[in-house]
Design a protein around this ligand. Structure first.
Ligand SMILES: Nc1ncnc2c1ncn2[C@@H]1O[C@H](COP(=O)(O)OP(=O)(O)OP(=O)(O)O)[C@@H](O)[C@H]1O
Length: 270
């Protein structure tokens, strides 16, 4: 199944070493040590190539158009964030017609070998705390340490920062937040569904999606994590850096309450 897709990306990128690291519903993600323009470089940097293959279940013309829109959209948002100095992969190269984006590799490997997404990091802490608990009868305080609080606050700030610049992520899950080797500073990835909007509704939906993702993937401490995330979101809105931040914060949070209510009604109706 995947082999022909790897062959397809290799026809677009001949002689480039690619190692698949993820196959999602939308795209295949490869790691490579090759830079598109600087192939003589001796440095050992890694890069990411994201490839959206043609989808056989869509009409070819519609498919080509959706692929192009998502690829252009993703590249555009990455470029915008890098101009704003917001942590996200630097765009290196792209081929819109073939659904390819080449970008900076972010993150590091956790001690269990997994990539340092926010999700994997929280899971790793839980795993470690449980292993210690079995051996020493300790509690799970590792999962709610000051460091976790700080990282959650920073994630909330980061989301606040994109929203204050009217960027909507569109797929905010804890896997789409990568912690950087420098002090676990968070960065965002995966902008295929991102958009530009100043509407409190769109920002509230982004927050709600993350809230639900935290609830389903980190259920034991989800309330604490969500409170800390929202605290960071609030703090950045109230900082002097952004005009009208407090007003925008109130509008979005008010909307978030409506979105939560809608979500609850929907789940009650099944
Ligand atoms: N710039 C990057 N640096 C490091 N890892 C990355 C980067 N971009 C993507 N990845 C890895 O590849 C995975 C999938 O990437 P991404 O979410 O962009 O693709 P996707 O097809 O939209 O995935 P999904 O369908 O699962 O949401 C990420 O969860 C992450 O582990």
């Amino acid at each position: 199944m995947t082999d022909h897709l790897i062959a397809a990306v290799q026809t677009h990128l001949p002689n480039i070493d690619v190692n698949i690291i993820s196959q999602g519903a939308e795209a295949l993600v490869f790691e490579t040590t090759t830079h598109p323009y600087n192939q003589t470089s001796e440095d050992a940097s890694k890069y990411i190539i994201k490839y959206r293959p043609p989808k056989p279940y869509r009409h070819p013309k519609i498919d080509a158009s959706i692929t192009k829109i998502r690829t252009v959209g993703e590249a555009r948002i990455m470029y915008k964030l890098s101009k704003l100095g917001i942590p996200a992969p630097t765009l290196i190269s792209s081929d819109f017609n073939n659904g390819i984006v080449w970008m900076e590799y972010l993150g590091y490997n956790l001690p269990n070998g997994n990539i340092s997404s926010f999700k994997n990091w929280l899971w790793f802490l839980e795993e470690t705390a449980k292993a210690q608990q079995d051996e020493e009868g300790e509690d799970l305080s590792l999962c709610v340490s000051e460091e976790v609080k700080l990282v959650c606050n920073k994630v909330g700030e980061l989301i606040g920062r994109i929203h204050l610049n009217d960027v909507i992520h569109g797929d905010l899950t804890s896997s789409n937040i990568i912690l950087l080797p420098e002090n676990n500073e968070p960065a965002l990835i995966d902008f295929g569904l991102s958009s530009i909007s100043g509407l409190p509704e769109d920002k509230a939906v982004d927050l709600y999606v993350l809230e639900r993702a935290i609830l389903s993937t980190h259920s034991v401490f989800s309330n604490t994590y969500n409170t800390w995330l929202l605290q960071g979101y609030k703090d950045i809105h109230h900082s002097k850096e952004f005009k009208q931040g407090s007003k925008k914060y109130s509008e979005t949070i008010k909307r978030l309450e409506d979105v939560r209510l809608r979500g609850r009604k929907r789940s009650m109706l099944g």
